[in-house]
Design a protein around this ligand. Structure first.
Ligand SMILES: [Zn+2]
Ligand SMILES: [Zn+2]
Length: 367
């Protein structure tokens, strides 16, 4: 599609990467480089991946939007994940209306992170009877202070943090001499200011129905399986599986970027991906990035296996954390850097140091 090509061109020019340095490590999962002048209608590219099944692939924004999966049934649409703000889910809803006029009857949240749940509100407004489904643990996380980068308490955290981000963008704009980069920073600033406004009026609807074990939804005209496979990206990940269409939506347990591990369980993650692989599917709608083939599961899991082995070895050799970050980053680069650096953000070198630190804390120190 034309707008997608334009985006890729801009990304190659490096414009999309201009704002990455505003991130705070706490938000690495989900803060993303702004993309200059992406109109709301360009927020998502809809890709048909089965009969009545679509991946809505998110374009880069200052605050990351996750991908969504759209599943059509005879009664209405089931939407997997809702992005970082109601304006984004409203934009997707408008795009959806070109496919069907039926209501959104169910929303499924794969996990509690802000960039997958903060658009729940707009679906609740279009259909007050909408059912919001997640694991029981995700619902708990959405109301527990300190659970991580999502949920009701995290909205307040972001409201407090945003003014500093905005001030930094303003200062960066003053300092920037390259006109293209300046324009991109100005777009980020405008997005940051409207994001703060959205946060201030945000009402985050919680799941209305929770699952604790694998459950099958018999929807009119379609079977949808909700798989609880163990801890991975969070302690409440849910995998949405369509057996007939051979499609799975994974949230951030499988992405086309480097993984974000701060709220994750790296050793369990390996086993959970092994369980996922046992299902019979051909296409993956990942939490971020393009639609993936099944063999990406083995590749992504391999990164965890290799990273954990490397951190354990370096730690046995008494390397400091800083030494490990440099050495392991270089050591694994030949296998992972190219494939994990396809987009303007979430690239290998952006995150490998953080990942090493998380493995060291969570696996070696068992913190
Ligand atoms: Zn995400
Ligand atoms: Zn996430």
């Amino acid at each position: 599609m034309a707008q997608w090509t334009r985006r890729q061109v801009l990304a190659q020019m490096g414009l999309a990467a201009a704002a990455v340095h505003t991130l705070d490590p706490h938000e690495l999962c989900c803060t993303m480089a702004a993309h200059a002048q992406t109109a709301d209608k360009d927020l998502f590219e809809l890709k048909k991946i089965g009969d009545g099944v679509y991946a809505a692939i998110a374009a880069p924004r200052y605050k990351t939007n996750c991908n969504a999966a759209l599943i059509m049934t005879d009664d209405g649409v089931i939407v997997v994940d809702t992005h970082s703000k109601p304006s984004a889910s409203r934009a997707l809803y408008t795009q959806m209306q070109e496919l069907t006029k039926k209501p959104v009857i169910k929303v499924i949240n794969t996990h509690f992170h802000f960039d997958h749940t903060q658009g729940n509100e707009s679906y609740a407004m279009t259909n007050p009877k909408v059912e919001i489904i997640a694991t029981e643990q995700t619902k708990v996380n959405m109301t527990t202070p300190g659970a991580g980068v999502g949920g009701v308490p995290f909205i307040e955290t972001q409201i407090k943090a945003m003014p500093a981000d905005i001030d930094k963008l303003k200062a960066d704009i003053q300092k920037e001499s390259d006109p293209a980069k300046k324009k991109n920073l100005e777009s980020s600033l405008q997005q940051a200011e409207s994001y703060l406004q959205e946060l201030k009026s945000m009402k985050l609807p919680l799941p209305t129905r929770t699952v604790t074990t694998t459950t099958t939804l018999k929807e009119n005209g379609r079977e949808i399986q909700l798989h609880v496979l163990g801890r991975a990206h969070t302690n409440g990940d849910l995998f949405i599986y369509l057996p007939k269409e051979k499609v799975v939506a994974t949230g951030d347990a499988l992405i086309d970027w480097m993984p974000f591990m701060n709220d994750g369980y790296p050793e369990d993650w390996i086993n959970t991906l092994t369980s996922l692989e046992k299902l019979d599917f051909t296409s993956v709608v990942p939490g971020h990035g393009e639609v993936l083939p099944k063999n990406h599961v083995a590749f992504f899991r391999g990164y965890f296996v290799d990273l954990i082995a490397a951190v354990k070895k370096a730690s046995a050799d008494k390397a400091t954390l800083a030494e490990m970050q440099t050495k392991i980053g270089d050591q694994l680069a030949s296998k992972y850097e190219a494939a994990m650096s396809k987009y303007a953000v979430g690239r290998y070198r952006d995150r490998v140091g953080q990942n090493v630190e998380m493995i060291y804390k969570k696996v070696v120190q068992k913190a």
